[in-house]
Design a protein. Structure first.
Length: 293
């Protein structure tokens, strides 16, 4: 178990497994100064760290999340540091709330140059514990797929009309690697938006609107902390993860992918049955029988 001080070589292990894409301050400033950037899920974690770095680079940052009080705390911190930020409390699981958000933003700012779609809901639960919890699937889809898709649909007309815009999807490496037990609701919802946006990208590029997918490795945040196993693995800090998001904003790559993902994806497809059996055995050995304490 890894606790307290990380062992020697830990930063290298983090870089090898999770990647360390980065963008220089002057390059980021050149890309976003004077731009209007919307960051969803910006009250904590990756979204908060991303919003603060974008604001330091000169962007006007629009903070979007459900928690109004915490959003205003982040906005005040940005303003105190000399940046520009406004908070827009929004429930991304509610389509009417998204429509109001975009209407207000376009009325007040005239445009959104960059959307960082970062908000997400994580859940790790076996199917046996989900029989009476279909709402888990509904909620994860609402936040991870349907809400982000609705937000993109609301913003796209103005972006295409101006022939300018960039959409960054903060996804997870899990959509590119073999599926794992207990993560069905989460990975299915993240995969749905990933594929949806990649399809849409083919239709909008000729109108000057580009997309980037950041397949984020493990990041140690409030979302990952309830899973003890994840706390023991090498992962990024929110600030390191924000570096990857900002690299996507500035450089507009098709995707940013951790080093381990491509070989894992290839091996998972080549050896699909053995891989499934391996994860099946892992699940069975990490599950307590219901009739035992």
């Amino acid at each position: 178990m890894v606790t307290g001080k990380r062992p020697f070589g830990w930063p290298l292990l983090v870089a090898l497994t999770n990647g360390r894409s980065w963008v220089a301050d002057d390059r980021l400033t050149s890309a976003v100064r004077g731009k209007v950037v919307m960051v969803t899920g910006s009250s904590y974690g990756i979204g908060e760290a991303t919003a603060k770095r974008l604001a330091r680079a000169g962007a006007t940052v629009l903070l979007v999340a459900r928690t109004a009080d915490q959003l205003e705390v982040v906005a005040e911190e940005i303003r105190a540091a000399g940046g520009k930020a406004e908070s827009y409390p929004t429930n991304l699981a509610d389509t009417a709330s998204i429509e109001r958000l975009v209407a207000d933003v376009l009325a007040e700012h005239g445009r959104v140059d960059v959307l960082v779609s970062n908000a997400g809901k994580s859940i790790r639960r076996s199917v046996a514990d989900s029989y009476q919890r279909f709402h888990d699937i509904e909620r994860t889809n609402s936040v991870n797929y349907l809400g982000p898709a609705k937000l993109v649909l609301e913003l796209l007309p103005s972006m295409r009309e101006r022939r300018s815009g960039h959409i960054v999807n903060v996804s997870t490496a899990g959509v590119r690697t073999p599926p794992m037990a207990r993560w069905s609701a989460y990975l299915a919802s993240k995969s749905a938006f990933d594929v949806w946006l990649r399809c849409v990208a083919q239709e909008i590029r000729s109108d000057g609107v580009t997309t980037s997918n950041v397949y984020m490795g493990l990041v140690h945040t409030r979302m990952s902390s309830p899973t003890p196993m994840l706390n023991q693995l090498p992962g990024l800090s929110p600030e390191q993860a924000a570096d990857q998001v900002c690299a996507a904003v500035a450089n507009k790559p098709n995707n940013i992918t951790p080093p381990f993902v491509r070989p894992a994806d290839a091996l998972g497809n080549l050896l699909r049955v053995p891989t499934d059996r391996l994860f099946e055995q892992y699940y069975r050995h990490t599950t307590k029988p219901k009739n035992k304490p």
